[in-house]
Design a protein around this ligand. Structure first.
Ligand SMILES: O=C(O)C(=O)C[C@H](O)[C@H](O)COP(=O)(O)O
Length: 216
């Protein structure tokens, strides 16, 4: 019997937006869920996983995914300070996502050496980041801040900026975002419903991930 070949590690990239059309946003309460959850997402075709630093177990979850699911690209979300940048990178986060951005946070994310997506919700914030040489951003909270029509309006005057809209994105509205020239991917938690996580229903997560991976 020939041994099962090891899974191929995900390639390195400078662009968070190019990893996958959909970036799952994970809130892990029990770090023991991290590995089966990441495996289900990868099996469904979503290899980038953003673990939000909102729970006590988030850093352990990042460590576990990095160690046991090498075909996933695990990153950290809810990065809001230099301290959280350092903690995320030390845990093995391969990209960083912030809901908003300040000068202090930008400097820390830049110094981290891993790709990052700073959060913006207005045209002025987009221009401020462009002035600093940042072209990839998270548009948050996407639906509340104007949705796809807002990003479409930005593509005229600020075409260099590219976005991952997140916040209120669903299978129903994702195609409108993904059709825009300035959208690289969309982020969201819809493929990780709370009841599926509570029931450890990884088959359902895999199914929802597969549907999400086919949105573009
Ligand atoms: O924690 C962060 O860093 C955030 O910025 C918030 C998340 O991106 C959204 O909570 C995901 O939004 P939903 O898909 O509507 O659940």
């Amino acid at each position: 019997m020939s041994p099962t070949p090891p899974p191929s590690p995900a390639p390195a990239t400078d662009s968070v937006l190019e990893l996958a059309p959909v970036l799952p946003v994970v809130v892990v309460d029990d770090p023991a869920d991290a590995v089966p959850l990441a495996r289900a997402l990868v099996a469904g075709g979503l290899r980038a996983v953003e673990v939000t630093l909102r729970t006590a177990g988030a850093l352990d979850a990042i460590r576990a995914i990095g160690a046991e699911v090498p075909e996933a690209v695990v990153g950290a979300g809810t990065v809001v300070s230099p301290r959280t940048v350092d903690a995320a990178v030390a845990a093995g986060a391969r990209f960083l996502v912030s809901p908003a951005c300040t000068e202090t946070l930008l400097l820390a994310m830049r110094a981290s050496g891993v790709p990052f997506l700073p959060g913006v919700s207005t045209a002025s914030e987009v221009l401020t980041l462009l002035e600093r040489g940042v072209r990839e951003m998270k548009f948050f909270p996407a639906e509340a801040a104007g949705g796809a029509p807002y990003l479409k309006s930005l593509a005229g005057p600020l075409p260099q900026a590219r976005f991952c809209p997140t916040g209120g994105v669903s299978p129903a509205n994702a195609p409108a975002y993904l059709a825009l020239p300035n959208v690289g991917c969309v982020g969201g938690s819809w493929m990780l419903p709370a009841d599926a996580l509570a029931a450890k229903d990884w088959d359902r997560v895999e199914r929802l991930a597969r549907e999400a991976s086919r949105l573009r």
